[in-house]
Design a protein around this ligand. Structure first.
Ligand code: SF4
Length: 309
């Protein structure tokens, strides 16, 4: 492998077929309810959950159904429960505990992934999350998207890079919690060097994982309105593949690259068309192929190798 993929990481860690089961636990988001802002991030479609019916089921039902589905489809043996939709730390600690504790009903679950905003993890929530590390592998996924404030403002993220740094440093006090950062490439305000600096930043701050995807436009979002009005340019497939390769080269080799492209349902995607579910594997294969052609690998241009643990 030219980069340290999540599947490789899971295989090495658990020595079994491990798959994610995604859950919508019914949260909202402080960037939607007025606490931080209203309207949400400009690209946000239902907090990243494309199936609105999912939250009609209880968390327990969603986990049970998800496990059955991935067992049938992929022969999965163990599972990570991924609290993905909206901001999954945005509730009182007692409520969070009740929700997270649902995983204890499933003996095949070996890990928990909690997606959230970096400005929404008070210490008592981190302490609660840390309590699960006794029995599970635990990841927190922080939506950074970009360390460049101009981009955060453009996307209406309503937090700064300082919130991300603060969240990472406070999370680091709990050694067993793993930290993953979400990054969007192709934000129109950023040039290539800005985007590659994001890889440097993540390497320097020592996250454990990263998820990258290209900016893409989904129907019924603020971004769709802006795109319609301004027709700003989105990355072409070939440019994205080259950029993703250069980004991965700048990442420390021990960061797990959990995602290298975006994927949206065809009926909701406006542009670019190669960001659909259907195209996901093609994009991944193109990135791998380009790395082969260039005979390059993750960390080849990392400036922070001396800091690798
Ligand atoms: S923080 Fe997440 S859930 Fe909230 S508006 Fe932004 S993308 Fe949507």
């Amino acid at each position: 492998m030219r980069y340290f993929s999540f599947s490789e990481y899971l295989r090495k860690t658990f020595n079994a077929k491990v798959y994610r089961v995604t859950v919508d636990a019914g949260f909202t988001c402080p960037n939607r309810d007025g606490t931080k802002g209203t309207g949400g991030c400009i690209y946000c479609y239902a907090g990243s959950e494309y199936n609105p019916d999912k939250r009609l089921l209880s968390v327990e039902e969603q986990i049970a159904k998800g496990i059955e589905r991935v067992k049938r489809r992929y022969g999965a043996e163990k599972f990570l429960v991924y609290f993905q939709a909206f901001t999954n730390t945005y509730a009182p600690v007692e409520k969070l505990k009740e929700i997270y504790d649902t995983v204890r009903k499933f003996s095949e679950v070996v890990g928990i992934i909690i997606g959230t905003r970096p400005d929404c993890v008070p210490d008592e929530v981190l302490e609660l999350i840390n309590s699960y590390t006794e029995d599970y592998q635990v990841w927190i996924e922080y939506g950074l998207e970009s360390p460049h404030f101009k981009s955060l403002r453009w996307m209406n993220r309503r937090h700064g890079v300082s919130d991300f740094i603060d969240a990472v440093l406070r999370t680091r006090r709990f050694e067993k919690i793993k930290i993953c950062a979400h990054v969007i490439l192709g934000i129109p305000l950023e040039d290539e060097e800005d985007m590659l600096e994001t890889a440097d930043f993540l390497s320097a701050i020592r996250v454990d994982g990263v998820k990258i995807h290209p900016l893409h436009v989904i129907k019924n979002t603020k971004l769709a309105e802006i795109y319609e009005r301004e027709k700003f340019s989105l990355l072409e497939l070939n440019s994205y593949v080259n950029l993703a390769v250069r980004f991965i080269e700048r990442l420390r080799p021990d960061i797990v690259v959990q995602r290298v492209t975006g994927e949206a349902p065809e009926d909701l995607l406006i542009a670019p068309e190669w960001c659909s579910h259907r195209e996901k594997n093609r994009v991944i294969n193109l990135i791998r192929k380009r790395m082969e052609e260039l005979d390059t690998y993750q960390g080849a241009k990392c400036r922070f190798l001396s800091m690798v643990r």
